[in-house]
Design a protein around this ligand. Sequence first.
Ligand SMILES: Nc1ncnc2c1ncn2[C@@H]1O[C@H](COP(=O)(O)OP(=O)(O)O)[C@@H](O)[C@H]1O
Ligand SMILES: [Mg+2]
Length: 264
Amino acid sequence: MTLIAMISAKGSPGVSTAALAFTLTWPAPVLLAECDPAGGDLLAGYLARYELPPDRGVLPLASSALRGTADADLTGNLIDLDAPCQQRMALPGLTEPAQSASLNMAWTALGEFFSRMTSRTVLADCGRLAAAHPPWSLLSQADLVLLAVRPHSLRTVSPAVSALSALRRQLPPGFVEQSVGLLLVGGGIPAREVARHLGTPVAATLPWDPQTAAALCGDGRGRRRAPLMRHGAAAYDTITELIAARSVAGALSRRDTEPLPVTS
Ligand SMILES: Nc1ncnc2c1ncn2[C@@H]1O[C@H](COP(=O)(O)OP(=O)(O)O)[C@@H](O)[C@H]1O
Ligand SMILES: [Mg+2]
């Protein structure tokens, strides 16, 4: 279906919280894949009160992807967040950042595996670009890279400028224009101005909602109708519309640049 990679420039604007809010509210089957090289949050946070087998997750699935057995091994590495429905599945991330070295070779294979998954939207939480070893080859295969930004002030927005430059340097020409969108978390500078300043469209916005965000980190209880969950659900439409509009625009511009048929 669709591979959406979620990243931040630096700091903690709320990527993992947003990824989980989307996973729990979107009206389509979702796989939340914790691909942050600095480690996953789910097992120690939202899922901390459950006794879960420690041997599942992105690391064993990466080995399977390199061996070509990821299809067969996928289900055994997932956690069903609304058992037994299997609509909201999670692939737990690394438990030790040191393990990320072993993933460096596997991001391409994992990205290929996620992007050809037909049954679910994959939300890959890829952590911070400013950290060591971002998963560039996975990002390059995404239908959309969502760059999370706190629009609170120029100070919180400006790290996105260098993040966009890094994405331009590391990813193929035209990728940023075609496949990067902003995820604004909290209030502050109006979305239109942030988009103009960064030259990148806003794909979705989420409100500042500390109580629900804390519940998604495993601290206290949240409400299904809380602002963060309602906006998380609404983001499905704005994000899928942006992906669809860009893929139509991409197809039209490719058609315009194709040579005309030569008739004799
Ligand atoms: N929308 C939000 N409203 C209020 N607090 C939030 C929101 N999103 C995240 N937080 C809080 O900010 C902190 C960092 O969130 P997290 O999702 O882990 O950030 P990141 O993945 O970008 O590092 C957590 O304490 C979380 O509860
Ligand atoms: Mg995170």
